[in-house]
Write a protein that binds this ligand. Structure first.
Ligand SMILES: Nc1ccn([C@@H]2O[C@H](COP(=O)(O)OP(=O)(O)OP(=O)(O)O)[C@@H](O)[C@H]2O)c(=O)n1
Ligand SMILES: C[C@](O)(CO)[C@H](O)COP(=O)(O)O
Length: 228
């Protein structure tokens, strides 16, 4: 089956508080976005990437993809005002039956095995959304009241959220609501059940400055392991 990865890098990174959006910040000398692209390119040699960038940072993205020998597998497009709209812009480029990965550019520690598991599960179940069990206690807050949630019932949702194209493409023709925080919510609202697959604790979303430190440490561990 044909494979497309829509890598969304169209955000401005307000919570990171840096003038440069976090997807372009450097980890061990390479941009956060570089690691994400590299892992997807290595996962499948026939996978094509649709890279969604902010209009004002297209040149930065072009400079990053120049370092890949297989840069012809990456197509750059401009994103929208919200993550949903950036994903929607990316999906418009897909014209053939395929398996579609949607991934946050800032989840730069995604692994090849996770991408491949999502692909296999999506082929079998129509979708594959990576999730990990919560490791903190969880409370539901409603104004001044709060109640404890059963931790065993909670999952933390990650990307790459992966779908057969005939499931995700029509779902993204719906009108946007702010309940659409990821692809799973969009597809579910359209009426299709989601299949959860095991995610990875390393697959963090770089959101705040501390996440850059954690990511750098994990990359160091990974390169030390490679040298053994
Ligand atoms: N209009 C947007 C907003 C977000 N994203 C992408 O969606 C992913 C996850 O979003 P998030 O972590 O919220 O990124 P930002 O929107 O950049 O961060 P913040 O909410 O702190 O501003 C990121 O790779 C981000 O670049 C996007 O492509 N287009
Ligand atoms: C898609 C996502 O990464 C799944 O956990 C998450 O919903 C993105 O949230 P954000 O607030 O747009 O970063």
């Amino acid at each position: 089956m044909k494979k497309y990865a829509v890598i969304v890098a169209g955000g401005s990174g307000k919570r990171m508080g840096n003038i440069i959006p976090k997807q372009f910040l450097l980890l061990k000398g390479k941009a956060v976005l570089w690691y994400t692209l590299d892992t997807f390119l290595r996962a499948y040699s026939d996978l094509k990437i649709i890279l969604v960038l902010p209009a004002q940072h297209i040149q930065k993205g072009k400079a990053i993809i120049e370092s890949f020998e297989v840069k012809d597998r990456i197509n750059i497009i401009t994103g929208g005002d919200t993550r949903f709209h950036s994903v929607q812009c990316g999906l418009k480029e897909i014209k053939e039956e395929s398996v579609v990965f949607v991934h946050d550019a800032v989840r730069c520690l995604v692994s090849v095995p996770l991408i491949q598991r999502c692909y296999k599960n999506a082929l079998e179940h129509g979708s594959a959304v990576p999730a990990v069990a919560a490791t903190d206690s969880i409370r539901i807050v409603n104004h001044a009241c709060h109640t404890v949630a059963k931790r065993e019932d909670v999952r933390i949702i990650q990307t790459p959220q992966t779908f057969l194209s005939n499931i995700i493409l029509p779902a993204f023709e719906q009108e946007y609501t702010d309940a659409f925080t990821d692809e799973a919510t969009v597809v579910e609202t359209y009426g299709t059940e989601i299949f959860l697959t095991e995610g990875e604790y390393d697959n963090i979303k770089i959101t705040r400055p501390v996440d850059m430190m954690i990511a750098e440490r994990i990359l160091e561990e990974r390169s030390a392991l490679k040298q053994v």
